[in-house]
Ligand binder design. Structure first.
Ligand SMILES: [Zn+2]
Length: 187
């Protein structure tokens, strides 16, 4: 795709081989990594996304960014949402991994690599994620609700796992035509 000039990266869509690769751990925070993060942030905001993984812009670094505004989440119990209050946005996560999860939530999920497709996806209600920040520090956060969903979604990307893999067989059948057309756009 090369149909936009408003941001630094084009976003790969379903069917692009790079989306299926497993990412490579980031050893240290270099100027190149900082530049990549800056360009990814611009790209994510230009597309009004809540998150973006490096794989979606054709890079193999184990790196994702997330910006979930606190007031964007109206479906999570308030006592759980309090967990998110201390987490500053945007979040830049290098080598993130889920070290614990709890509970279940089902909610609507979309992906910039699956334009205009939204499906109900079951995820853990809370997750604890360990990652390296841009200062090279190892951090640990516990997030709930929509932020937890975004973390699980972006970490999936870094493992080559996509929204389509989280769909039920019934959802896949219902969306088969649209998924096929999306994939065909790539060839
Ligand atoms: Zn996505």
């Amino acid at each position: 795709m090369s149909d936009n000039n408003s941001c630094d990266f084009d976003i790969l869509t379903y069917g692009a081989a790079a989306l299926r690769c497993k990412s490579r751990p980031v050893e240290q925070v270099t100027a190149e990594i900082r530049e990549l993060v800056d360009k990814m942030l611009k790209t994510m905001y230009a597309h009004r996304g809540l998150g973006l993984a490096a794989e979606q812009v054709g890079r193999d670094e184990c790196l994702c960014i997330i910006d979930v505004p606190p007031d964007a989440d109206d479906s999570t119990p308030p006592e759980l949402l309090e967990k998110n209050a201390a987490i500053a946005m945007p979040l830049v996560l290098l080598n993130p991994r889920i070290v614990a999860d709890d509970g279940v939530q089902t909610g609507q999920e979309g992906c910039l690599s699956f334009p205009e497709i939204f499906v109900q996806v079951k995820r853990a209600m809370t997750v604890t994620v360990e990652y390296m920040d841009l200062d090279g520090q190892i951090c640990r956060i516990e997030a709930a609700g929509l932020l937890s969903r975004a973390l699980q979604h972006e970490i999936d990307h870094l493992n080559g796992v996509l929204l389509v893999d989280r769909m039920s067989p019934v959802q896949k059948v219902a969306l088969a035509g649209r998924l096929k057309r999306l994939k065909a756009r790539k060839s």
